[in-house]
Design a protein. Structure first.
Length: 226
C-alpha cells in the first residue's frame, strides 16, 4: 500500500469514527442507496420555474451574457444558413467537422455549400459542429455527451464551435437535464463523459484581462432548432 493510500485510509477511518459508523453499517448503506435511487432535487431557482417561452428567452440571455451567439432556426434550412453565415462572419472557410449524429447528418448542408468532414478532430479543423442532447435554461448550459455521434474533441480543439440543440430538448434546470440523460441511457450507464458548456473558452488569469480561446474555442454559436 502506498503512502497516499495509507493517508487516505487514515482520514476515512477518522471520519467514520467521528460519525460512529461501523465497518458494515446497514442503516447508513441503505440511506445512501435510497438517495442514489431517488435522485432528490436541490433548490430550483425561481427563474427556472417559468413557461416555455420565458425559458427559451432565459436560455438565450444566459448564453449571450457569457459570450455565446444564439440563433433561433425554425427549420433545418434556416439552421444551415445561420451556420454558414457565422463562419463567414469570423473569416473561416465553409468547412465543418462533425460526428455521426443522425440529426446533424440530416441537415441540408448542400444548400449552403458547406464542406463536411466526419469523425474526431486532431486539431487541424477550424470549425466543429456538435449536438447538445439537452440544455438547462437556468444557466444557459449545454449538455454534450461523448461518443462517435459527437466526439468530445470537437468541443475543445477547433477555433469555432457550433452546437445545435432542439428547442424541445431545452429544459428548465440541471435536474431535468440529468433526468433526460438517465431516460436515454438508463440508470448507471451514462456516457464516458458529459461536458457542460455555457460559453466560449475564456480566462482572466493574466492581469485580469479576458482572453478568448485559451483552452478551447474562441467562438460558440448555439443554434436552437424548431
Amino acid at each position: 500500500m502506498s503512502r497516499a493510500e495509507q493517508q487516505r485510509n487514515a482520514i476515512l477511518s477518522s471520519v467514520k469514527a467521528a460519525l460512529g459508523a461501523g465497518p458494515d453499517d446497514a442503516v447508513r448503506r441503505s440511506a445512501v442507496e435510497q438517495r442514489l435511487t431517488r435522485h432528490p432535487r436541490g433548490t430550483i431557482p425561481a427563474r427556472a420555474r417559468q413557461d416555455e417561452t420565458a425559458l427559451l428567452d432565459l436560455f438565450q440571455t444566459m448564453l449571450e451574457g457569457q459570450g455565446a451567439k444564439v440563433t433561433r432556426a425554425a427549420a433545418p434550412g434556416d439552421a444551415v444558413r445561420a451556420i454558414a453565415e457565422d463562419l463567414r462572419a469570423h473569416g473561416l472557410p465553409p468547412c465543418l467537422r462533425l460526428g455521426d449524429d443522425a440529426l446533424l447528418r440530416s441537415l441540408p448542408f448542400g444548400a449552403a455549400a458547406l464542406q463536411l468532414r466526419f469523425g474526431a478532430t486532431h486539431g487541424d479543423d477550424r470549425a466543429g459542429l456538435s449536438r447538445a442532447i439537452a440544455a438547462a435554461a437556468e444557466t444557459g448550459t449545454l449538455f454534450l455527451v461523448s461518443g462517435a455521434d459527437n466526439p468530445t474533441s470537437l468541443a475543445f480543439l477547433p477555433e469555432s464551435h457550433t452546437v445545435v440543440v432542439r428547442r424541445a430538448d431545452i429544459v428548465p434546470c440541471y435536474e431535468d437535464a440529468f433526468d433526460r440523460l438517465r431516460a436515454i441511457y438508463g440508470e448507471g450507464s451514462l456516457p464516458r463523459s458529459v461536458n457542460l458548456i455555457s460559453g466560449p473558452s475564456r480566462t482572466a488569469d493574466i492581469e485580469q484581462t479576458i482572453v478568448r480561446g485559451a483552452h478551447g474555442p474562441k467562438w460558440l454559436h448555439v443554434v436552437v432548432l424548431g
